[in-house]
Design a protein around this ligand. Structure first.
Ligand SMILES: [Zn+2]
Length: 133
């Protein structure tokens, strides 16, 4: 049976290769191996936090809880639409960058050395690291 079943998603057990995958799963459910981590399917990849760490692009310097805004000191280029991950001792989540502000002005991209403000999906903390994933 092993040969028939092939590889399965380690999270939801959906087959990712073999005839069941080819004939049923991929056709009807649109499931395929994740590009980030081939041991899970594309539907589970976002729920697996340690799939990829990504490239570090900066760190949090402030968090304004009343605005849900985090300030990032950038060590690399970033632009609107990038997907980032913020990780610290008690922080770990990923989100898309829907807007970037520099000194209260909206910009579409920012560079190393810039201090940017972004809307964050969850609470962040100074010294949390920011990764582009
Ligand atoms: Zn899965």
């Amino acid at each position: 049976m092993e040969g028939y079943m092939g590889k399965k998603c380690k999270k939801c057990d959906a087959p990712l290769e073999g005839f069941i995958y080819k004939w049923i799963v991929s056709k009807f459910f649109g499931l395929r191996p994740s590009k980030k981590d081939p041991s899970v399917c594309n539907k589970c990849e976002d729920s697996i936090k340690d799939v990829v760490q990504g490239r570090e692009i900066g760190k949090i310097t402030h968090y304004y809880s009343h605005l849900s805004v985090g300030i990032i000191e950038l060590s690399d280029f970033v632009k609107v639409g990038n997907r980032i991950r913020i990780k610290g001792n008690t922080t770990d989540f990923a989100q898309n960058l829907s807007s970037i502000q520099i000194e209260h002005k909206n910009v579409s991209e920012a560079n190393k050395g810039d201090l940017i403000g972004i809307k964050v999906a969850e609470k962040v903390h100074p010294h949390d690291k920011v990764y582009k994933i």
